[in-house]
Each structure stands twice: as C-alpha cells, then as structure tokens.
Design a protein around this ligand. Structure first.
Ligand code: NAD
Length: 479
C-alpha cells in the first residue's frame, strides 16, 4: 500500500502536524490502495501562512513571467500523464483508457488554453480611448483556497490552479480525500515547475476538517469550490463571516431535448453521454426529453444502447464503464433506482444490484427509466450514477418549461435539425451552457452554471476573470 501521508507546503514535502491516517479505497476491489493523512488546523494554518508570505512577491511578477511559469507547469504535466492516469484510474475507478484520454487530457488542454488566454488578456488598459488618465488594472485576489472533487479530478484541479497561478494568486489546494493521489502527483509537477516557495501548497483533508478550516480562515481571500450543492452552501456560510469571495461549480440535472427532427444518432449519443464516467459528471444529460412522435422508438433504442454498455475493471483496456467512486455513492444510487421503481417510473434497462459476473467493487448496472415525470425523485435529484430518466413532451413550449423546472442550471442539450428552433432554445434554456447536436464547446469556452449549479465560470479568459480583482486608477497619465 502506498504511503502518501505528507503535505506540500512552502515548496517542500512535510509531515502532518498530527498524524490522522485515512485509507484511500480502490473502488474496483474495495481494498485500500494508499494511506494519506487528513490535515489538522495546524497544517491548514501553515499552508495558508506560506501562501500569504509568498503573495506580495508573486503578485508583483509580470504577466509574462507568470505565463512562463504556467508553460513550465504544462511541460512538466506532459511528462507525468501516465502516472496521473494510473492514479485516477485506481482511486476513482475510471477505466484506464478514459483516464488516459479524457481525464488527463482535460487537464492538459485547460493549461494550454490558460496560456493562450493569459497572452491575450488585457491585464492593464485605459478605461477607453478618451480617458487614458484612468487605468483599469486586473490583479490577483490574494490567497485562494481551491477545494476539488473526485469525479474529474485533474480537470477540476487544473481549471483552478492554472487560472489562479497566471493571475498572480497564491493558493492552497485541498483535493478530495477520495482522489488525493493524482493531486499529489500534480504537486510534484508544480514542484518541478520551479515556482517560488509558498505560491502553491497542498494539504489533504476532508470537508469537515481542512475544507471548513480553509473556508473560514481569516487569511484566505477567496474559495473556489467544485462539488456538491450541499458543500457549496456550507462553504458559502463559513466564508460569509470574513466576506471572502466564493466561486462555486455545483451539481446539475441537465435536460436533453430530443425533437422528432433530431439526427438518427441523437438518442444513442445521449445515452452514451449519460453513462460516460459511470454517470459521475455534473453536466450529465440525465433527463432525456423526447417529442411524442419519436418517444416509443427512443425508449426502445435507449434501452438497447444501455444494455450494450459493458461494465468492468478500470485496469482493463476498453470502452467499458468502471465502478462508481465509493460505497456511499453506490448505496445512494441503489436507493434512487429503487425510488424510481416505487414512484412508478418504467424500468427498461438495468436496475438495482451489481451487473452479472461482478461480485465485488462498486459497480452499477447501466439503468434507463421511461415514463418519468418531472416531479419524481429521479428527475429532481442529481443521482451521479449511470441512470437515465426519459420523459415525453408534446410541444416545444412544454419542453422548455419542464427543462427549466429544476433547481439546477448547468448544461442543457438540444437535438434538432431545425436551426431556428435551436436558436430560440439557446436563449430560453436557463443554464450556463447549452450544447446542441453533439457539438462540444470550443477550446477556452467558459464552464459554469446558474441557480443551484453555482456562480463561477472556469476555463480560458473567463476562468482568469474569476481569479482577478478589477482596480480603477485615476491620474495615471497626468503630470
Ligand atoms: P462533496 O461536495 O462532499 O465533496 C467535494 C469536495 O468538497 C471534497 O474535497 C470534500 O472534501 C469537500 N467538502 C465537503 N464538505 C465540505 C465542507 N463543508 N466545507 C469545505 N469543503 C467540503 O461531494 P461528495 O460527497 O464527494 O459527493 C456527493 C455528491 O456531490 C455527489 O452525489 C454529486 O451529486 C455531487 N458532486 C458534484 C460534483 C460536481 O462536479 N458538480 C462533483 C462531485 C460530487
């Protein structure tokens, strides 16, 4: 078993102030694969103090110097992709092919996009051409606490660290206690990038400990958080006392509107998107809404597609899905599948229990419910597992109303070959992102939500904007 009980503080690996062992469980075997330490207040304080001490120097560097630093991070990341993929696959169960491509690749592309965005970013500019005497400056917010989840761990770590770093902030990263191993490799990457001590720090811990210590810490200026809406609310409350800036990326309950005129692959694409990463994506299209004339065929096709989704060990190569992250998530998903049955939804694929042939590991059967109504628990709660709900609609107006009838607002999806309809829906759907006809967002596009899905925007220049203060300086050009 790997011994990973150290923290990265002030440019060196240090032992915890008070040992507090925590086993990292491999969800495929249910056995411990590593031991980490959960930090105590003294560890949090040491990391925050290091970040605070490093702040004046790092803030004063030029954007060019910080871009060069990010380029060194990018180069170091490239040399560790295999290690990162293995760690992600072991600790959160992503099949190795998915971990190597999408999971690790997401981090690489975010770092690259931040380099490009930072080069184009107007760090200082006159208010406008007529008022050169007023200068608008973008400068660091300060000491940032970065709290990340386990589901797309490198994606979320790089979205926060890349933007915070290039904007001149110093930081303390607290990765999820479910996926600390890839984050510790990332700390080695930061170490190899030769940053001034204290600019980047990592302390492992859980939400109740290091997570809430960072959220309430008087010397932390900003918290950037990705994870559950529950934790987002707790962090906002803890941060309120010291009036920290809080940026949140929370859950979702995305609608996928499939119109009768959608392309022939639309239903299959929607099911596979839902099952990807074992359904553990905040932007998963978990409510498939199908126009009445195509509904029966869509249900049949969705069930057939789900039945073909293979479930298997993360260490095996292939396009199967792996287990979900832990026992708690597995039980929560089982309860929600049972609730779907009890509340009258029609089970057309999957169901409770493990898939055939898998007796150990947190494996879930790819599951599809038809005849779901939007008041059912499975249509309202984020399940975070490979479970799809299908609903029927008659008119476009009804589809929009039901899609928007959710506390969440992260990503909605539209499948239609009618361009006028797509343009109407792009304006009417209440979510931070709308993805149409299977087209993914362009490089550097902002990722983030509305309503209970949060208030942050991550990636590219919008991601940098999240980590800067805007300062207006008058008398800049006068004698
Ligand atoms: P979580 O929100 O509890 O954990 C995410 C991160 O927040 C972890 O680093 C955790 O240690 C930390 N955290 C937890 N409580 C905290 C607190 N009070 N103060 C500060 N930090 C805190 O998520 P989870 O329990 O691992 O998963 C539960 C549910 O969260 C899932 O079912 C899913 O719905 C949702 N989730 C969403 C996302 C997303 O990307 N939006 C990611 C992970 C989980």
């Amino acid at each position: 078993m790997l011994d990973k009980r150290q923290f990265y503080i002030n440019g060196v690996w240090v032992d915890p102030a008070h040992p507090n062992d925590h086993e990292v469980i491999d969800p495929a075997t249910e056995d411990a694969c590593a031991v980490i330490s959960l930090g105590a207040q003294a560890d949090t304080d040491a990391a925050v103090a290091a970040a605070k001490a490093a702040l004046p120097g790092w803030m004063a560097t030029s954007p060019e110097d910080r871009i060069a630093a990010l380029e060194r991070v990018y180069a170091a990341y490239k040399t560790r992709t295999e290690d990162l993929a293995k760690a992600i696959s072991t600790e959160m169960g992503a099949p190795i092919a998915l971990a190597s491509t999408s999971q690790v690749g997401a981090g690489l592309s975010h770092l690259k996009n931040f380099i490009a965005a930072a080069k184009a970013f107007e760090w200082e500019k006159p208010l406008n051409a007529d008022t050169p005497d007023t200068l608008i400056r973008h400068e660091a917010v300060g000491v940032c606490a970065l709290i990340t989840p386990w589901n797309w761990p490198m994606n979320q770590v790089t979205l926060k660290v890349g933007a915070a770093l290039v904007a001149g902030n110093t930081m303390v990263l607290k990765p999820s206690e479910e996926s600390p191993l890839d984050a510790m490799i990332f700390a080695e990457i930061m170490d190899a990038a030769d940053l001034p001590p204290g600019v980047f720090n990592l302390v492992n811990g859980d939400g109740a400990g290091v997570g809430s210590q960072l959220s309430s810490h008087p010397d932390v200026d900003m918290v950037s958080f990705t994870g559950s809406t529950r934790a987002g609310i707790a962090i906002s409350k803890a941060a309120a006392e010291s009036l920290k800036r809080v940026h949140l990326e929370l859950g979702g309950k995305g609608a996928n509107l499939v119109f009768a005129d959608a392309d022939e692959k639309a239903v299959k694409r929607g099911v596979l998107h839902m099952m990807n990463n074992s359904g553990q994506s905040c932007n998963a299209p978990s409510r498939m809404m199908v126009e009445a004339s195509r509904y029966d065929a869509a249900v049949e096709e969705a069930a057939a597609t789900a039945n073909k989704v293979q479930v298997g060990p993360p260490s095996e190569d292939g396009r199967h899905i792996g287990p979900v992250v832990n026992a708690t998530q597995w039980s929560k998903i089982q309860d929600l599948i049972q609730k779907g049955i009890d509340e009258g939804a029609r089970l057309v694929a999957g169901g409770t229990g493990r898939p055939d042939g898998l007796n150990k590991g947190f494996y879930v059967r790819p599951t599809v419910f038809a005849d779901v109504t939007n008041d059912m628990t499975i249509a309202r709660e984020e399940i975070f597992g490979p479970v799809l709900s299908i609903m029927k609609f008659e008119t476009e107006e009804e589809a929009v109303a039901v899609a928007n009838d959710t506390p969440y607002g992260l990503t909605n999806y539209v499948q239609s070959t009618d361009v006028d309809r797509r343009h109407r829906l792009a304006r009417q759907l209440r979510s931070g992102m709308v993805e149409m006809n299977g087209q993914s967002r362009g490089a550097g596009a902002p990722f983030g939500g509305m309503k209970a899905s949060g208030n942050g925007r991550e990636g590219g220049s919008w991601g940098i904007h999240d980590f800067v203060e805007v300062k207006a300086v008058s008398g800049w050009a006068s004698e």
